[in-house]
Design a protein around this ligand. Structure first.
Ligand SMILES: [Zn+2]
Length: 522
């Protein structure tokens, strides 16, 4: 997935703290089918079985109205929203009680199967309920087409399997409504402290039941390590209504399309997204803002009072990175990119249309502050717009994203600057593990590595694969590979074989030997 470490990979290694993280338990194979007979919402005959209970009527959405989503798109990309009209879509009402440190929500999700085989169940992941997020979340009632069903909970309750009475065939649509509630942690020790209310920052990434990718291996459901990224999801359209303290300034994936002051100290803000892979929200009373325009894209930096200089610097890094990457990879289709200061223990974390950067870096000038920022911006292409399995094949986004920082440093400061990043950030950590005979293949799941080795292999060695490809095919073909890969997989999901197929087709060269050496470790 998508973390970028707080220290450089070498710094982490030099800390000498090697944590052994147990491999996650295998996903249980469903040997017994869950009950497929839905329970009516209400047994009383006066209630029609297809009407949802009152608690589930909170979310109003006109699925046919695409205008809110188009507002999140640059004009040339507005019609991309239409491609997702029939896709799986989310409409979410979220209410935060900051005193009680709870959130509750109602989610309507219209699922259209893009799979080749009938689906007998729909799975939702509750990432806030996993150790890496440190909160809790549970679903209350679940209905399918208005009929209440009993979901099957797995992975300590973080995976919710909703049975369908009639399997959903390819291209068919069904609508589910879920209520859910959870606690908001204040303890910064879980994972990268990416989720919770910490140091006055309310960070709520993926704070809703999210549907994982269904692919050749079926539903991708596993408990992620507390390092690395946890989400692997398809692109959807999001309409999210969040009620939170009115004094909080909030940033989120997509664009704000409505804001109501409720007169009771709370406000309800509505966000609509373009085609995005997941949805994140960050809010704080402490935020100040600075903005920059990069063509049609509004880049907004949210930073704490007292961090004005860092807030302006991060805005500059992100804006220039956006320019360089648009030129190198292709156009960023959304109208906004938010860059948000948070107390995360990662250097930064990427979400669609929003990146967070660690508050602890805001006193720096250049260095890791700049590297972490431009890394997270590159993730907008690799992970967000072109998705991949961040748990099983993290190198496909992380190593490419790391490598992309060279383009920024070269464009901005010249080839010698890029060369220094190549040496210090990629080659030094790689040499370090080689010398200690800790070298591993790049193409392994996150859980195969210790946290330290994950950093050194996927963020240090992995980018050297892309460098080797670039040296073999030449700059011009390498840039063309990246542009073609982005063009063909934008909003989609790519697997390593897809990247290789594009690279070999565009370059006209055999790259198997490089892949075997760097990625497979042969
Ligand atoms: Zn990353």
């Amino acid at each position: 997935m998508r973390r970028f470490f707080f220290a450089t990979a070498l710094g982490l290694l030099l800390m000498g703290c090697v944590l052994t993280v147990p491999r996650p338990a295998a996903v249980p194979t469903p040997t017994v089918s869950p009950p497929l007979t839905p329970t009516p919402v209400d047994a009383q005959p006066t209630v029609t079985p297809r009407s949802a209970p009152a608690a589930l009527r909170g979310v109003t959405v006109d699925w046919a109205d695409l205008n809110p989503y188009r507002r999140a798109m640059r004009p040339a990309f507005a019609s991309d929203v239409d491609l997702y009209e029939q896709a799986t879509r989310y409409a979410i009402d979220l209410t935060v009680d900051i005193e009680a440190l709870t959130l509750r929500g109602v989610q309507r999700v219209r699922v259209t199967s893009a799979e080749a085989e009938p689906l007998s169940e729909i799975v939702f992941r509750l990432l806030p309920d996993t150790p890496g997020y440190g909160g809790s979340m549970a679903v209350g009632s679940v209905t399918v087409e208005g009929l209440r069903v009993e979901p099957d909970l797995r992975l300590d309750g973080s995976a919710v399997y909703v049975p369908l009475s009639t399997p959903l065939r390819p291209g068919e649509t069904t609508e589910l409504v879920l209520t859910f509630e959870g606690t908001i942690p204040t303890d910064p020790s879980a994972g990268y402290a990416q989720y919770g209310y910490i140091d006055g920052v309310l960070a709520l990434p993926n704070a809703y039941p999210m549907i994982p990718v269904y692919d050749d291996e079926g539903w991708n459901v596993e408990l992620a390590p507390t390092y690395g990224d946890a989400a692997f999801t398809d692109t959807s359209l999001y309409l999210v209504r969040v009620t939170l303290p009115a004094r909080m300034i909030s940033a989120a994936s997509g664009v704000e399309v409505d804001r109501q002051d409720n007169g009771d100290g709370t406000a309800t803000v509505t966000y609509a997204s373009g085609p995005m892979r997941d949805f994140a929200l960050v809010a704080s009373e402490e935020y100040q803002m600075a903005t920059d325009s990069v063509g049609e894209v509004l880049v907004t930096s949210y930073f704490f009072s007292g961090d004005e200089e860092g807030g302006e610097l991060v805005l500059d890094y992100a804006s220039r990175a956006l320019e360089v990457y648009e030129e190198t990879f292709g156009t960023y289709p959304f109208t906004e990119l938010d860059v948000v200061e948070t107390p995360t223990l990662a250097g930064g974390i990427e979400y669609p249309g929003l990146i967070v950067v660690a508050a602890s870096l805001y006193g720096e000038r250049g260095g890791f502050f700049e590297l972490a920022t431009v890394h997270e911006v590159a993730h907008q292409w690799w992970y967000s717009l072109v998705g991949n399995d961040q748990l099983d094949e993290p190198w496909l986004d992380e190593s490419l994203t790391q490598y992309a920082s060279l383009f920024y440093f070269e464009d901005r400061y010249g080839p010698q600057s890029a060369q220094r990043v190549l040496e210090n950030t990629f080659e030094v950590p790689y040499r370090y593990i080689q010398e200690r005979e800790q070298d591993m293949a790049v193409g392994l799941p996150v859980a195969s590595y210790t946290e330290d080795l994950y950093g050194a292999v996927v963020y240090g060695k992995g980018p050297l694969f892309f460098h080797a490809v670039r040296q073999q095919v030449g700059d011009e073909a390498f840039y063309e590979i990246l542009r073609t890969y982005y063009d063909e997989y934008r909003y989609g999901v790519a697997y390593p074989a897809d990247w290789m197929a594009v690279a070999e087709r565009v370059s006209g060269q055999e790259l198997d030997a490089l892949y075997a050496h760097w990625i497979l470790g042969e």
